[in-house]
Design a protein around this ligand. Structure first.
Ligand code: ZN
Length: 337
């Protein structure tokens, strides 16, 4: 295992990102921008590789920045059960723009004695101009994607599964077993569901079938709260999708929860756990799941990794008022496991 120091390790890119430099420009014109020390045309400056490591007991967790997608007009229709004024107020309270919302993608890689286990796969460069950096960042962190032993899926939305294969649908993790929640598989692979799907969801069904096709012989379904591997346990968290699943990572007394999309950006969806985002397929169930899981990680003080949290996308959750407050782990001190 290419594990480095015993204390917390941090990529230079993570430091730059954590210091508040935008992640958006990592994809394009890096060499030139780096040589000049700044980007052209007003784009954000280039970054060093975006990965961030922390220790979980005797294991190392590496978080991989994949980039971000920009959603225009987040006050219009993004939250189904809040007014444009309420959403604008929530964004402004966090000093975020109201014209657009950058939805960040962060993958989790866990080093185990059997090899690297990856949680979700990012966009594969096929969604959003600045996303798709996760494989390069995995390499920069010292791991060959071709050697990944296991890829564990939280759910089958495009920003989580597109990175399974490249644009020509060649597998990017040819050695990996692909672990999928059975409920998620059953829903998306059901021909009846696919046939009844509204026009807007047809592409999503087609994408799922296409992305898993090259892995047909390597799929392992898990049912409910199964043990995926020693130190990795599934935690069913349905609602965002029918089989959405989080994963509790443990080693000794150390714990971390890979939340997946239990919440979207914490500034909106942790503060307002009752908000029904447009991506939640069963919004009522998603809300009940969100409150249950957030109560658990808050009361047990479990470190959380949120797929759409701002990089490096890990921290703690505290109950506050009607909702929850996100406390980035870095704010608690940098040498802590
Ligand atoms: Zn997502």
């Amino acid at each position: 295992m290419p594990i480095g120091r015993k204390d917390l390790l941090m990529g230079a890119g993570a430091a730059a990102l954590a210091a508040g430099v935008g992640p958006a420009a990592m994809a394009q014109g890096q060499g030139q921008a780096r040589a000049q020390g700044q980007a052209e045309d007003g784009a954000a400056p280039a970054q060093a590789p975006g990965f961030y490591r922390f220790r979980l007991g005797s294991r190392v967790v590496t978080l991989l920045h994949d980039g971000a997608g920009r959603r225009p007009n987040p006050t219009q229709g993004f939250v189904r059960n809040a007014s444009p004024e309420q959403v604008a107020a929530a964004l402004q309270a966090e000093l975020m723009p109201t014209e657009h919302l950058d939805i960040v993608y962060t993958l989790t890689a866990l080093e185990t004695p059997e090899g690297v286990v990856l949680f979700d796969t990012g966009t594969g460069g096929q969604l959003g101009a600045t996303a798709g950096q996760a494989p390069a960042n995995l390499r920069a962190a010292g791991h060959d994607p071709a050697q990944v032993r296991m890829v564990v899926m939280t759910h089958f939305h495009g920003d989580h599964i597109s990175g399974l294969t490249d644009a020509e649908n060649r597998p990017l993790f040819p050695q990996a077993t692909i672990v999928v929640p059975k409920a998620e598989w059953d829903f998306w692979m059901d021909d009846g569901q696919a046939g009844r799907a509204p026009e807007a969801m047809r592409n999503a069904f087609a994408l799922v079938r296409r992305k898993f096709e090259p892995y047909r012989e390597r799929i392992r379904q898990i049912d409910g709260a199964a043990e995926v591997a020693p130190g990795i346990r599934a935690v069913p968290t349905p609602g965002h999708t029918p089989g959405h699943t989080s994963y509790l990572l443990t080693d000794g007394g150390a714990q971390a929860m890979v939340l997946g999309d239990v919440t979207n950006r914490p500034e909106l969806n942790l503060r307002n756990p009752g908000w029904h985002l447009v991506f939640d397929m069963d919004a009522e169930q998603a809300e009940a799941t969100r409150r249950r899981i957030l109560d658990r990680v808050a009361s047990d003080r479990i470190r959380c990794i949120g797929y759409h949290f701002p990089f490096p996308a890990n921290g703690y959750v505290a109950k506050e008022g009607e909702g929850y407050r996100y406390i980035p782990a870095l704010w608690r001190g940098t040498l802590e496991a």
